[in-house]
Every structure is written in structure tokens, then in C-alpha cells.
Design a protein around this ligand. Structure first.
Ligand code: TXA
Ligand code: MG
Length: 331
């Protein structure tokens, strides 16, 4: 039986206890919900992979309560890590560095590196202060849109977790930015809620892994997990690229013509129960995954999404769109 705790009402003690015993606890962060287990327990880690149906070559992020605790996860603490931690922690930035041997290889899918993040969410921080380092991927079944509410978690993993902490909707709605600090300049492995432009403002030079721009089939061991389809609704998803005005016109026309298609985009002229129009990129990030799930629930035959500019928060949104898309069209 899955126990649901309401943040702000219920004592988090049972969640801390479940983690200590090697159980699975889903918890809110400012980005998306995480599916947590003790980072030092290979059996508990295996339960994460099993519950999600996650491929074993896709490593997990270790969540900790403070920068000091993060230093105890990484074997070395490069200058880039220090500068990024000062600027962005607690927050939506994940650092990849050398793994200390105390942490099992299972946490990072056998790599000698490990990913670590200090989340900016009071419930996550309280949990981590009580339980110590917690490995947590997003709390969705592998390949599904990431969960931004406790209901999404229960829909995907309801009977597979010991405790779900309901902390309401996640503030950002899009995952953290993953940066490899073992190389100089640091290398962005996954664009996320902290824009690359903000990293450059702190560090100067920052490189982008080739899959950041155009996700594709890759076997590069430095970017594990990137080769799988992600964030996908059940309905096939078409991504419409091209000039922003042309994209908007195309989506608006499609919404008028086709009653079985779900439409998602920025500042659309159309309205309706299958049309999701976001006012700006923050709203897009906040509600995109929820929109995919809601359109699936309405039984749409297809979901058509308009592209966004490849900069700032848009870079991370576009990365998710391209990974979720079964088809890309240009107008
Ligand atoms: O915002 C987030 O990052 C959320 C919340 C729960 O913190 N977590 C999340 O986890 O998105 P997940 O497992 O869905 O994505 C983790 C990403 C994957 O792209 C994975 O390949 C990368 O981080 N990653 C983890 N460890 C790595 C490592 N040692 N080297 C390279 N990439 C790594
Ligand atoms: Mg994920």
C-alpha cells in the first residue's frame, strides 16, 4: 500500500523511515517530482530502476541538503563546481563530477562519475536533512512525461512506491540543467531550468554536448540516457518548427479544422478543451508535461506542438519537445 503524506499537514517522519529502511519515496522538488531511495544502498537503487522500468545504463542524480553534503559525494571539487554551486544552489542545477567510492557504481550506471544536486524545495530539503543523500530520477514510468504533481506520480507508479509526499504542483515544471564539471570548460549534458546563458555569465566559457542541440541516437558514454525516447505522451507527438508567426497560424488553423487533435503552443489565437496556449516560456515549462497527460486523458488522436526559440529556458523546452516528438514538420 502506498502511503500519501500531505506536505505542510503530515509529519514527514514516515518518509524518512521508509528511506532508511531501503524503501522508495516520491517527493516534490522545484523542478519535477523525484523517486527517491538511499544513495548508498544498491538494493534500494535497484528498486528505483525496477519501479520505473528504467534502463540500467541511465544514471541517477544524488540529491543532498547542502553544498557541504555535495562535496562529500564528489571525489574532487573543481573550481567550476564551486562557482556554480555558489551561484545556483539550492536550485535546478546538477553537477557531474568524480564519484567517491562510498557511493555504489549502481547509482551512476557503472560510470566513475556521479551527479549531485541541492534542490530548492522546503519538503525536499527537510527529507534530505533527515535521510541523507537520496538518489532520485524523475518519478515517472520510464519514457513518460515527467510528473509535476503527486497525482501524476500516483498515476504512473501508484502501487510501486512506499510513500508519496504531496507538495502540490512543482514551481518550475522542467528538470534541472546537468553540467559535467570534470572537463574544462564545463560541458552541459542536459539543458534545463537554469539557462546556459546564466551558466556562461558565471563561468565564461561553457560547452554544449552535441546532443543538447539535436538529440539523436547516441552511444556516447558521457551522455547516457540521451539515446532513449523520453517525456512521451501516449498519443503521437508532432513538433512544428519554423517562423514563429507561421507556426502559430498553422496551429490555429489546425485547431479549427481538426476536432481530434490536441494543440499546444505559445500565444495561440485558438481556444478549446484540446488547445493549450501558454502566455510565455515560464508557463510553458510549468505546465507542458501536465498538458501532455491531460490531452492523453481526453483521448486525442495526435498532439501537435509549436516550437520555441532555442535560447534561455526555450533551449530546455525545445530539447524536451524534440525528444518527445515522433515526427518533426517544418512550416
Ligand atoms: O530536476 C531534476 O533533475 C529531476 C529532479 C527529481 O531532481 N531529476 C531528473 O532525473 O530529471 P532523471 O533521472 O530523470 O534525469 C537525470 C539525468 C539523465 O539525463 C542522466 O543521464 C543524467 O542526469 N546523469 C545522471 N548521472 C550522470 C552521470 N554520472 N553522468 C552523466 N549524466 C548523468
Ligand atoms: Mg526523467
Amino acid at each position: 500500500m502506498t502511503r500519501v503524506l500531505r506536505a505542510g499537514h503530515d509529519d514527514l517522519g514516515p518518509a524518512v523511515e521508509a528511506l532508511r529502511r531501503g524503501g522508495l519515496v516520491a517527493f516534490p522538488t522545484e523542478t519535477v517530482y523525484g523517486l527517491g531511495a538511499r544513495a548508498d544502498d544498491p538494493v534500494a537503487l535497484e528498486a528505483i530502476f525496477r519501479a520505473k522500468g528504467r534502463p540500467h545504463d541511465n544514471p541517477l542524480i544524488v540529491h543532498v541538503a547542502s553544498t557541504d553534503a555535495a562535496r562529500a559525494v564528489l571525489a574532487t571539487w573543481p573550481d567550476g563546481a564551486e562557482r556554480l554551486a555558489r551561484a545556483f544552489w539550492p536550485g535546478a542545477l546538477t553537477l557531474v563530477g568524480a564519484r567517491r567510492p562510498e557511493f555504489p557504481a549502481a547509482v551512476s550506471a557503472g560510470l566513475d562519475t556521479i551527479a549531485v544536486r541541492v534542490p530548492d524545495h522546503p519538503v525536499a530539503r527537510a527529507l534530505l536533512e533527515g535521510a541523507g543523500p537520496v538518489a532520485a530520477p524523475s518519478a515517472n514510468r520510464s519514457g513518460r512525461p515527467s510528473p509535476t504533481t503527486a497525482t501524476h506520480v500516483l498515476d504512473d507508479l501508484g502501487d510501486r512506491v512506499d510513500v508519496v509526499i504531496d507538495g502540490g504542483a512543482c514551481r518550475v515544471g522542467l528538470e534541472s540543467t546537468v553540467v559535467d564539471v570534470t572537463v574544462d570548460p564545463p560541458l552541459v549534458l542536459r539543458p534545463g531550468a537554469v539557462p546556459v546563458e546564466a551558466l556562461r555569465a558565471v563561468l565564461g566559457a561553457v560547452d554544449l554536448h552535441p546532443t543538447v542541440a539535436v538529440p539523436s541516437e547516441t552511444t556516447d558514454a558521457r551522455a547516457p540516457g540521451m539515446k532513449y525516447r523520453h517525456y512521451s505522451p501516449r498519443a503521437p507527438l508532432s513538433l512544428i518548427e519554423g517562423d514563429p508567426d507561421a507556426v502559430r497560424l498553422h496551429l490555429t488553423a489546425l485547431a479549427a479544422e481538426n476536432p481530434t487533435v490536441g494543440i499546444v503552443g505559445l500565444q495561440l489565437g485558438a481556444t478549446g478543451d484540446r488547445v493549450v496556449s501558454f502566455a510565455d516560456l515560464e508557463a510553458f515549462a510549468h505546465d507542458f508535461y501536465a498538458a501532455l497527460r491531460a490531452l492523453d486523458a481526453r483521448g486525442v488522436s495526435r498532439i501537435v506542438v509549436g516550437t520555441v526559440a532555442d535560447e534561455g529556458l526555450g533551449r530546455a523546452i525545445l530539447n524536451r519537445l524534440r525528444k518527445a516528438a515522433t515526427r518533426v514538420e517544418r512550416v
